[in-house]
Design a protein around this ligand. Structure first.
Ligand SMILES: Nc1ncnc2c1ncn2[C@@H]1O[C@H](COP(=O)(O)OP(=O)(O)O)[C@@H](O)[C@H]1O
Ligand SMILES: [Mg+2]
Length: 249
């Protein structure tokens, strides 16, 4: 990585990054993935969710093709089916995409109820990592209106040992808890300086430094920034995951 970025910015291959992140990313530490659409937020999320054993990836789009590449099974009901509890009891990982494919208005209404039941149900449990993909869709009052439920999880994390990942395009589009409660911010290149200023403030870094580091990012690379000033700012790139359909072909 170019040294003009400063001593506390380091480049890591994805494997090096995962090894480091597995060590520093504690239970209950939320991650905010912030960037324009189509830049790789869901891809990156699936990459780090593999580090967690109990995952619920909420799919408010109702069939996100990138979430599909996680290979996780789709859940279309809450409470969890018995076989999921069996896996947990036996110490096996339990990772799911929550939400069936949605085409019609009726599907969307059902999906909203499912995601609400999941968010409220998970509040009672411990140890889950919940991924709120497309948080602005979940939170939008005219769409799913589930911002409050996600906010409740974000705030309850320490007691409940629940980790929440959120992905969104700009902090102003979602409840402010998504950025304020984040221990880790993953930042994609954006032209919106307010996004960088807001997130730099959250992690206690100089926004100009993040802005210039961001400008120097190669395609599909991100800045991973933690609140702990002793941890470096890491530049890495999540590998594109093979689609399940191409794999099968
Ligand atoms: N690191 C990467 N290298 C190459 N292609 C990528 C990478 N990350 C994502 N992509 C591709 O970019 C597209 C959008 O990625 P996605 O994760 O769905 O973005 P977002 O969730 O931000 O909208 C996908 O087709 C994905 O395969
Ligand atoms: Mg996405």
């Amino acid at each position: 990585m170019p040294d003009l970025l400063g001593a506390d910015v380091v480049g890591k291959t994805w494997d090096e990054f995962l090894t480091w992140f597995a060590r520093v990313w504690k239970q209950g530490q939320h991650v905010a993935l912030v960037g324009p659409t189509g830049m790789g937020k869901s891809t990156f999320a699936c990459g780090i969710l593999d580090l967690r054993k109990y995952v619920l990836a909420l799919d408010p789009k109702g069939g996100d093709s990138t979430l599909e590449t996680s290979g996780y099974e789709r859940l279309t009901q809450w409470p969890l089916p018995d076989k999921a509890w069996d896996a947990i009891t036996e110490g096996r990982p339990a990772r799911f995409i929550v939400g069936g494919y949605s085409r019609t208005l009726e599907d969307r209404a059902r999906l909203t109820v499912l995601l609400r039941d999941t968010l409220e149900g998970v509040f009672e449990a411990r140890g889950w990592t919940v991924y709120a993909d497309e948080f602005q869709l979940l939170a939008d009052r005219k769409m799913m209106n589930l911002g409050k439920q996600v906010e409740t999880l974000l705030i309850a994390a320490r007691d409940k040992r629940i980790t929440v990942l959120t992905s969104y395009q700009a902090p102003a589009w979602v409840p402010s808890a998504a950025s304020r409660q984040a221990t880790w911010v993953v930042l994609w290149p954006t032209r919106d300086v307010d996004v960088v200023k807001k997130l730099a403030n959250v992690v206690g870094r100089d926004w100009r430094m993040l802005w210039s580091a961001m400008k120097a990012l190669p395609p599909f690379h991100v800045l991973v920034v933690g609140r702990n000033p002793h941890e470096p700012i890491v530049i890495t790139s999540a590998p594109e995951r093979p689609s399940r359909y191409t794999k099968a072909a």
